[in-house]
Design a protein around this ligand. Sequence first.
Ligand SMILES: [Cu+2]
Length: 757
Amino acid sequence: MEKMKNLIKLVFLILGLSQASCLFSQELIRYDLYVNDSTVNFADKERRAIAVNGMIPMPTLTFTQGDTAEIHVHNLMKEGTSLHWHGVYLPNKEDGVPFLTQMPIPGNSTFIYKFPIIQDGTHWYHSHSGMQEQIGMYGAMILKKREDDPTFRKGIDDLPSIPIVLSEWTNLNPDNVHRMLHNANDWFAIKKNATQSYSESIREGHFKTKLTNEWKRMLAMDVSDVYYDRFLINGTSEQNYDQFKAGDKIRLRVINAGASSYFWLTYAGGKITVVANDGNDVEPVEVDRLIVGVSETYDIIVTIPEEGFAYEFMATPEDRSNQVSMYLGKGIKQLVKPLPKLKYFEGMKMMNDMMKMNGDLDDMGMKMSLQKMDMNTVMYPEIQDQSTNEHQHSNASHQSEKDHTEMDHSQMDHSSPSSDIITLNYGMLRSPTKTSFPENTKVREMKFELTGNMNRYVWSMDNKVLAETDKILIKEGEVLRIILYNNSMMRHPMHLHGHDFRVINGEGEYAPLKNVLDIMPMETDTIEFLSNAEGDWFFHCHILYHMMAGMNRVFSTDNQASNPYLPDKKWAYRELQKESNMKHFMIQNDFATNGNDGELMVHNARYSLTSEWRLGYHDMHGYEVETHLGRYIGKMQWFMPFIGFDYRYRKMDKHDSEKNIFGQKNSKNERALFSAGFAYMLPMLIRFQTEVYHDGNVRLQLMREDIPISKRLRAGFMVNSDLEYMGDLRYILTKNLGVRTHYDSDMGFGVGLSVNY
Ligand SMILES: [Cu+2]
């Protein structure tokens, strides 16, 4: 009996061993991730964050191609969460998008993601729930290439490598950031010194530029929307790697895990060699610098030129408000020249030229694509100064006035000889292997215009937010060729889940593979992907505040099997739609010597409900409340029809009724009136409003708020056909507080504190 038992044991042992040897090539790699609330102090204030295994960024997950990943997510928080594996091919139910591929992982529960690793490359992972990514839920995911892989590149794939996770931090709650963006609050511009006010424009000789800008109904322009208190490289401000010697080559796996910032990469030790992008190999290409779009990854190689030095590798956010660094090597620090401040008015002038009166962009026949012609170059002093010198030189030798547009052209083109700085663009990426699809594959073409408006912070595709569109049905086996045109004033990093797409950049069969496409204003780019995975795949802008504002779509394969993690897909899709069309709330009140007036607003992508009130103490005794419910029409949302209700009660000594400019009598003491009308945004951002009340009275009104006089001083005025008028000046003290003085035809002169949220 005992012998029998031993024999059975032996058999099991042998079976076990053979299984183990089999697993050697296909290992099951398990990670346990504990997601928990945490407190951090990144910028002089204690703030709530979310840490995984106590870390921000989340721990780096490493797998080798052929492994099976098994990731146990233990949600120790009260709120739901999720993890999305960015750039990774996997079954749809493992993709980690709440309400699209699974239900949120409830608080105090564990969810297991399990999928085979069938690719290599630098990828990352992050929460796809609410604003959790912003407060810490991002981390590197490195998929190593096997040495016996035919695409293994000696001298590249065997170099020592360092993951670099770039991110930002704000002490503000990201929900509040989102709300402020939707309310066109210019606090971030004040913090960034990018108000572009009238007095600043005069000082810099750009008064006409500013006037034209407002004539075309634009607010101050910037390359990014949010002010950050701090930028982070692997969760800190500075890192040192002093183990490297002269001649060493290091592969940096750079991941932009920022919520809304692009980063410039520069290196003190010479050229940067780009070898992979979004986890896909590219033919090595040498550059002086490159910009990493939000959620993109770049693998780059840098060299230590000499012994005795620590070479700075710097990441600078696109708005150049700060920077973070890593030092490679040991010894005296070799610094990178920081990127000089942007010339905002030059950018404004460029935008003025491109903006048509109807809010569309006009590329003036330049056929821009693939980041090849970076219009923002007009704002870069480091390139402008260089090229100005050279132009002066060439002008002198030519002795003639050069064609102006041609000059601008060469200034904008990085690869032109007018600049010595070689900047990477998508046209320079080439896959080392063929990426073309099998012949006879059916190709379906789709076009999307990227649309949006800064004033109300609505971001959409074809002027529709996700809440206004159904899933886009696709078939497995077909190629989707997608033509994107960016008709908005900002760049957008468009990300596709679960697939890589080819970027059509002139490299033919060797077109590079990516899963994020940065598309600059006015550019047209073509991407194509083979639909080869069943399920619902998100396609969205990865600037998280643009995504939350509605700039997304879902590609959905037909005849899908049911998803065990998402029993009711129809209901879930409506939840997803709601998330990308949230209501935003704003309130302000002026506590002044002559009275009290304020406004409350609740609005989403299309609708707006506002209530304005005035309460007088002296000249006007009484109060009035005007409420309007309107719907914004068109891409630029300049036109808004509305219905309203107006209530007023007041005691006036002088006269019981007044006449408006049309001679209509206006009983002013007490009235409760319904109205209908519309508002329209005129050039110079003047709001024209007309409404008819149910007693037949008509009111026309012109109004302008927040004229930027100086960095912190705002002016405004109002006149209407009831012969009422108002003028005000407000000095902004903090995000929520200002000092305001105004003169009102009813309420008289007043000074007070203006409070806003
Ligand atoms: Cu965007």
